[in-house]
Write a protein that binds this ligand. Structure first.
Ligand code: ASP
Length: 340
């Protein structure tokens, strides 16, 4: 902890120091990057090219999730599942250590929504642009308009869905035997044998060597959603929140139920009260479980969190959620704790 911070805390003294969990700077575990699902392994590698070289968290979290947006056989970005009218619509958000944030929602035909979100943050007086306006802004910023054609896999999955045309969010379908440590090259997001994606969002948090936190989140949203539906991922405070004095949080899962409790921000507030990242995530997962009652069995919700000290944690409603953590020691996949 630097001297200025100590003096700032002066009036409230040692109690505040302990409760807020500040520790001396040399004990902070940094840099670190963590991201959702097994796709996070490859994304972390992208982020680490910046973090490992002493770069900034905000650059790392953009570059990291771009890896997943670029992935051809991936559920995030333009290769994701379309809405029920057959169009892929993308949501993304980014936030830095100074409360600067930007997001895009219902964005079509742009390959890197996360970079458009960053431009919203840096080049406009706004936080959020949606739909046509977001696309117009992206084009003005030099982003290319892609064809809008569904990928072969997405087309197959859409055709399958059309047979019943039933919108029913499904709980995450995960590989049965999660591994504790994976080779980054073997781990790419993938469709399962039944044609479903194993997930459709990547969220990432980084703490850089300067001790600054940033986060990002990008998604094609819930597959076969209603046209115009926007999830939690681009909603600052729901899908993503960063408070550099405390910690950062990203959510994945049923977006509507994350928005309802201002999920990411609620988890940050728990950490502010002195909870560890895992405890903080658990409290908000339990809150959602209480609100949803018996309907909680039909949805999945997961939070990942990193605090200012570089401690990380996660919690999910149901089993099957994993997340990737890259530190100087390597890049590992962890199984999240869950209520069941
Ligand atoms: N949270 C995303 C949404 O609701 C979906 C996901 O995380 O899988 O759009």
């Amino acid at each position: 902890m630097d001297r200025r911070k100590f003096i700032n805390l002066g009036g409230i003294g040692i109690t505040s120091f302990t409760l807020s969990g500040f520790i001396p700077k040399n004990l902070v575990k940094k840099p670190i990057v963590i991201s959702t699902w097994d796709a996070g392994i490859a994304a972390n590698v992208g982020a680490w090219t910046i973090l490992g070289a002493g770069g900034k968290a905000i650059d790392a979290v953009e570059k990291g999730v771009m890896v997943t947006e670029d992935e051809m056989n991936c559920c995030v970005g333009l290769n994701g599942n379309p809405d029920r009218d057959g169009h892929v619509t993308l949501d993304a958000s980014i936030m830095d250590h100074e409360f600067n944030c930007g997001s895009v929602a219902f964005l079509e035909r742009i390959k890197h929504p996360i970079s458009v979100a960053r431009r919203v943050m840096e080049k406009t007086p706004h936080v959020m642009l949606v739909g046509e306006g977001a696309q117009q802004f992206a084009l003005e910023q030099g982003f290319k308009l892609e064809s809008g054609e569904l990928s072969k896999d997405a087309k197959n999955s859409y055709n399958n869905w059309l047979k019943k045309s039933e919108y029913k969010p499904v709980i995450n379908i995960e590989r049965k035997n999660a591994m504790s440590q994976l080779d980054a090259n073997k781990m790419a997001p993938h469709r399962l044998s039944n044609g479903e994606w194993n997930h459709d969002t990547i969220g990432m948090i980084a703490l850089d060597s300067f001790g600054n936190l940033s986060g990002s989140c990008t998604t094609s949203g819930a597959g076969f959603k209603m046209r115009g539906r926007v999830g939690d991922s681009p909603v600052i405070g729901a899908g993503l929140y960063v408070d550099n004095e405390v910690g950062a949080v990203v959510a994945t899962g049923q977006g509507e139920d994350v928005i309802r409790v201002a999920g990411a921000s609620a988890v940050v507030e728990q950490m502010r009260q002195g909870k560890t990242p895992t405890e903080a995530c658990k409290i908000i997962v339990e809150r959602i479980n209480r609100i949803k009652k018996e309907k909680a069995k039909d949805i999945q919700i997961c939070f990942i969190a990193v605090n200012k000290n570089g401690d990380f944690g996660s919690y999910s409603l149901h089993k099957g959620f994993n997340y990737a953590v890259h530190t100087k020691e390597g890049n590992k996949l962890y199984e999240a704790k869950s209520l069941d």
